[in-house]
Ligand binder design. Structure first.
Ligand SMILES: Cc1cc2nc3c(=O)[nH]c(=O)nc-3n(C[C@H](O)[C@H](O)[C@H](O)COP(=O)(O)OP(=O)(O)OC[C@H]3O[C@@H](n4cnc5c(N)ncnc54)[C@H](O)[C@@H]3O)c2cc1C
Length: 510
């Protein structure tokens, strides 16, 4: 007689909870687990990262959907929040008055937007929003149809994406930040100044070294904000983008140890056996980033721990702060940053900088022992993809690193599907290499959409879409039976123009 399935309850149907469930169903071939997924949002899981693209009118809500595996072993309870956790009784109380028990519990409760204390906000005036959920996104997009002037508090990655999105919808926008330059977490002052110039070119006003002292409302609606220096700005829409805080209350109330997140070890396990935390709510020995890729690695790791399989991803999770690769997804701005920034380079590092104020371009490369360890690339999309690949490869650079900045002069094109080594990471969110893509293709995936389904490449931030499509084009072109391979009309991995010649020779992929 087979033993009964182990009941796994997952709290939180965000991007990491969803990924965990999907991974577990894929890995559990013998039906060892039955899964109950509890999500307080009333929607199917969706791609939160692309909400700013929806605000900008560049993505459709439908394209955000993250389907759950079609398995009778998965029960999804949406629109229901877990309100109390009884660790001793292995029981959860839900806000619909029911309860559920578990053998193993996974907390994937994510994070919520932080709202700083500002005079006038306590009256909760209408048209003041954060951007964290699909509902927030809908409300912002709806208000943008009538808004005459928006303010965005916070010039971090998300604040700038929201501001550019609103501007793209035709709303005049001012971004305000306490720091003396935009995207201060990722950028040095020089590229930040260039970025601010680019934003102003696009019609986004930028005020740094300042903050909002008061939100002024009339008839329950925001009408203006007063800056700390006394200036008054008319505003009938405000987006607060001042960082996030992990959702730890449920865990803390139950007696689990929390700090900035729920404390877990490198296997995502709390001090309580069988109770785990992953994603934005978890504080593992690696630094908390609030970004997706580490959360997805944690989900994979936990599945590997539960199923006894091996996992390569995140096997050596860094315990010292590293600058996660970041791409600004804003209409009209092309910016990537990764690794060491120029101001933090050591004396022995080599710095290559290109500044072109007329074209609002700025590139910083930090080279250590002939390896690219830091990239800031603003306004130069023609080289940003190849710099990302060179950064990921960590292989010795050309003798003259200047050639990395000059597309025609480059001795080799690292993003070329032919030259890219098999181990090159194509999709950072899902840690998918070129070799994984080639394997998926060899196993029968013939379109970029098929490859995305198998490998999950391009299903996160979507920054690798072009390279993925180029690889699939190249693979299909190498097989006369397949030809060029049609791509699906929608879905994660589509693009308008091919990026590589169709008749490229095939090279070894290992
Ligand atoms: C607009 C936007 C753009 C972003 N862009 C990027 C980007 O470009 N790159 C990047 O890496 N990251 C980006 N991020 C961050 C990324 O979305 C998060 O890192 C990721 O969503 C974390 O996933 P998670 O599942 O841990 O948490 P979440 O996605 O926050 O999901 C947690 C879920 O748990 C639910 N929940 C919480 N408590 C309970 C409870 N008690 N009971 C039931 N359900 C509960 C919540 O309602 C939520 O649905 C962006 C975020 C936003 C908002």
């Amino acid at each position: 007689m087979s033993s009964p399935a182990e009941k796994v309850v997952v709290i939180g149907a965000g991007m990491v909870g969803h990924r965990f469930v999907d991974e577990l169903v894929r890995a559990d071939r013998i039906g060892r687990f039955e899964i109950e997924l509890i999500g307080e949002e009333t929607y199917e899981p969706y791609n939160r990262i692309l909400l700013s693209e929806v605000v900008a009118g560049r993505a459709d809500l439908k394209a955000l959907s993250l389907p759950l595996p079609d398995s009778e072993r998965v029960r999804f309870r949406r629109g229901v929040a877990a309100v109390e956790l009884d660790l001793g009784g292995q029981r959860l109380l839900l806000d619909d008055g029911t309860s559920t028990t578990y053998d193993r519990l996974v907390l994937a409760t994510g994070a919520r937007a932080f709202i700083p204390p500002i005079e006038g906000l306590e009256r909760a005036p209408r048209h003041v929003h954060v951007l964290r959920t699909l509902d927030d996104c809908r409300n912002i997009a709806a208000r943008a149809m009538n808004a005459k002037h928006a303010v965005v508090l916070g010039a971090g990655l998300l604040g700038l994406e929201a501001a550019c999105g609103l501007r793209r919808r035709g709303v005049p926008v001012t971004v305000i930040d306490l720091d003396d330059h935009v995207m201060a977490t990722q950028l040095d002052p020089a590229p930040a100044r260039m970025l601010a110039g680019r934003l102003r070119d696009l019609g986004v006003d930028v005020i740094t070294d300042s903050s909002i002292g008061e939100v002024i409302s009339a008839y329950d609606e925001i009408v203006a904000v007063r800056l700390a220096d006394g200036r008054l700005l008319a505003a009938d829409l405000m987006v607060v983008s001042c960082g996030v805080r992990a959702n730890v209350r449920l865990a803390a109330d139950a007696g689990l140890a929390v700090d900035r997140g729920i404390l877990v070890d490198a296997d995502q396990t709390t001090a309580r056996t069988g109770v785990h935390a992953i994603g934005d709510c978890a504080q593992s020995p690696a630094p908390m980033t609030g970004l997706l890729a580490p959360g997805w690695s944690q989900a994979e790791r936990l599945v590997a721990v539960m199923t006894g399989s091996t996992v390569e991803i995140g096997a050596e999770a860094p315990t010292t702060p590293v600058q996660e690769p970041v791409r600004l997804k804003a209409a009209g701005v092309d910016l990537i940053t990764m690794g060491v920034r120029a101001s933090l380079a050591s004396d022995d590092d080599r710095l290559v900088t290109l500044t072109d104020s007329g074209a609002r371009r700025h590139v910083d490369l930090v080279i250590r022992d002939d390896t690219l360890v830091g990239v800031t690339c603003l306004g130069a999309p023609e080289i940003s993809a190849s710099l990302s690949v060179a950064f990921d490869r960590r292989t010795p650079l050309p003798v003259d690193p200047l050639t990395l900045l000059v597309p025609e002069g480059r001795a080799e094109e690292p993003t070329s599907p032919v030259r890219m080594p098999g181990a090159t990471t194509v999709c950072r969110c899902s840690s998918v290499t070129k070799k994984d893509i080639v394997t998926a293709w060899e196993d029968g995936a013939r379109t970029a959409g098929d490859v995305a389904t198998v490998t999950r490449a391009s299903t996160g931030c979507g920054g690798c879409r072009e390279v993925l499509c180029g690889l699939v084009d190249w693979l299909n072109a190498s097989d006369p039976e397949v030809g060029t391979g049609a791509e699906p009309a929608g879905g994660p991995a589509t693009r308008s123009t091919p990026v590589t010649p169709r008749n490229m020779p095939v090279e070894s992929t290992t």
